[in-house]
Each structure stands twice: as structure tokens, then as C-alpha cells.
Design a protein around this ligand. Structure first.
Ligand code: THU
Length: 137
């Protein structure tokens, strides 16, 4: 697929990886594929898709799949998340909270499966006054 934007090749690659991850979504119930690409500050990229379950609440979102893959591989510093859905859907509250733990200032790009960017903002804007590790001090 040809993705028309953006010009930034690194961001373009991240969008392509998020879209490819959406293609691996296990979604027999919602039929709503979500793909995520999460980049570490050292430039490694971890992708994730949503993985649903017959016991519906056991489903894990694409963003948390990517995050848990990364953290379990020893990564904790992130600078960019791209999320791709067919309609430019926004990360859910649970994913915002889990990402906030590691990267409150994370740059978040919300795209669709054609590569069009719907929004670009900081995680702290998606989760204002979020509760993070310092909240327990
Ligand atoms: N989903 C995600 O993967 N990420 C989000 O942030 C929103 C929702 C998934 C969960 C479920 O598999 C499907 O989208 C419909 O809710």
C-alpha cells in the first residue's frame, strides 16, 4: 500500500508498522483491528495488535500489547506511539494509563489504516492530571 503522508520517513515507517500490526489483530468478536507501533528513545520499535478473548474483559488492546512486549524486553523509555484503526480511533483509558506510567510526554500519532493522520498530541493531553509513579510518594 502507498501511504501518502507524512514526508518524515521515520514517522511514515512507524505508521506502516502500526498498519501491518493491525493486520495481525485477533478480533473474532469486534472485527475492529487496531495496530500500534511504540518506539524507544534508542530507536527500537515494538508493535502490537489487539488480541480478543471469548471472555471479553480478558482482551488486550494493541497499545498495551506493544508496551508489554517492550517492557518485558527491558525497554522503559519511549518517545513515539502510532496507533492505527480504520476510523482514526483514540487509545482507550486503560492504555493511556499504562503508557503514562513510563512516558507522560509520549508523542502520540493517531492514524487510520490508509495512513492518514487524524491527530497528533502528547499523552499528557490525552490523560490530563494523570496518576503516575509520583502519585504514590
Ligand atoms: N482496542 C484497542 O486495541 N485499543 C484501543 O485503545 C481501543 C480498543 C480494541 C479492543 C477490542 O479488541 C476492540 O478494539 C474493540 O474495542
Amino acid at each position: 500500500m502507498t501511504i501518502p503522508e507524512p514526508a518524515d520517513p521515520a514517522l511514515r515507517s512507524m505508521i506502516e508498522q502500526a498498519i501491518a500490526a493491525a493486520g495481525r489483530a485477533y478480533i473474532p468478536y469486534s472485527h475492529y483491528p487496531v495496530g500500534a507501533a511504540l518506539r524507544t528513545t534508542s530507536g527500537a520499535v515494538f508493535t502490537g495488535c489487539n488480541v480478543e478473548n471469548a471472555a471479553f474483559p480478558a482482551t488486550i488492546c494493541a497499545e498495551r500489547t506493544a508496551l508489554v512486549k517492550a517492557v518485558s524486553e527491558g525497554q522503559r523509555d519511549f518517545d513515539l506511539l502510532v496507533v492505527a484503526t480504520r476510523n482514526g480511533g483514540s487509545p482507550c483509558g486503560m492504555c493511556r494509563q499504562m503508557l503514562y506510567e513510563f512516558a507522560p510526554a509520549l508523542r502520540v500519532v493517531i492514524a487510520d489504516l490508509n495512513g492518514r493522520i487524524h491527530a497528533e498530541l502528547r499523552l499528557s493531553e490525552l490523560l490530563p492530571r494523570g496518576f503516575g509513579p509520583h502519585g504514590l510518594e
